[in-house]
Write a protein that binds this ligand. Sequence first.
Ligand code: ZN
Ligand code: ZN
Length: 436
Amino acid sequence: MKAARLLMACSLLALAGAAGAEDLKTAIDKDYPSLDSLYKTLHAHPELSTKEVETSKRLAEEAKAAGFTVTDHVGGTGIVAVLKNGPGPTVMIRTDMDALPVEEATGLPYASHVKAKNARGEDIGVMHACGHDIHMTVWTGVARRMAAEKDKWSGTLVMIGQPAEETIGGADAMLKDGLFTRFPRPDFNLAIHDTNGLPAGQVGYVPGFVLAASDSVDIEVKGIGGHGAYPQATKDPVVLASYIVVALQTLVSRNNDPFDPAVVTVGSIHGGTKHNIIGSSVHLQLSVRSYKEETRKKLLEGIKRIAVNEGRAFGLPEDKLPEVIFSDENTPATYNNPDLVARLVPALQRELGTDNVVKTDPIMASEDFSRYGLVDPKIPSAILWVGGVEAKKWAATTDKTTIPSLHSALWAPDPEPTIKTGIVTLVSAAQDLLKK
Ligand code: ZN
Ligand code: ZN
């Protein structure tokens, strides 16, 4: 059922090819009704990380219909669409495809009602709460425009649909599956991400570091359990875990240079079963954010030092000291090549107006888009922010922190101006990099 609905609108895109010399915005306006329907279909049918089966099929169909050569199952559900158009550089444009385990609360007519099972077998809501459906719709619009305007550029365009951005494994999986060896190796990598930090119609850019490195860390705090009334016969892991949580706060507040951003968050703490039982373990889950590699190392080493030595101070034997596990769920900081950004900004200003292209600050969220730029020799890369907040709402909101953020069950970007601005952004960037 889902597959049929996702595929239904494909034939519409054949209408999009003939714009040629038309003005970019007029061409996008003409194409918009079909993109709007694609967006709402994608929004209503989100799929979780690594499960983007129907989503990637739909994107592959869209790219094929626009004239690209498409390879599927690259790094799992990933797709690679290539359009060769004479001599010149190779530009890669990425969209992510996955949704989040969030139950949508926007009340929109095209809201998601999709449920999936989590690792414990419980029903959870699924929602495009990060706007990857916006990115995919923009990606499709860009593919159509670039194919229709082949007379305006020369070179090779590689457009990829990446799985599993939210679990930060998709970029790595695609690279390991030969993204840069089986397909043309890019000279430039581009991506966009929607944001609640700008109104729809505006684009944000950050030269240099734009998104932080992210590491997930688990700490298994062991103890010696027993009766809640006889603490003298136990080593209470709840108290030890509490000491560890508090001591971890000093990594950023006391050990780290205040001018060097870092975050250590204990996002989850679980232990014990009942009021009067001292349990034998507590599990902590941490998220660690940083920009510099040396800072990242210092934080990770510090977490281990604190956990293990708090265990020693607590009097635990060496074989029962807390165990620190560094997860594979990590990604390096995302770096926007400053020369590339400086080159793209005037091209964007020409199309969108100077006031609509704004410099923004780096943030502590993370993206595995970072990985594409780090493959040796490094490839100049840039991810740009595309504002998603309805312009009227933006203007009327004094305290911008009250606007629902990405990953919120209430995140509802204003589709039309957001998608159109995204397409203008990536088409003008790609055509500038591939100009004849
Ligand atoms: Zn996200
Ligand atoms: Zn995202």
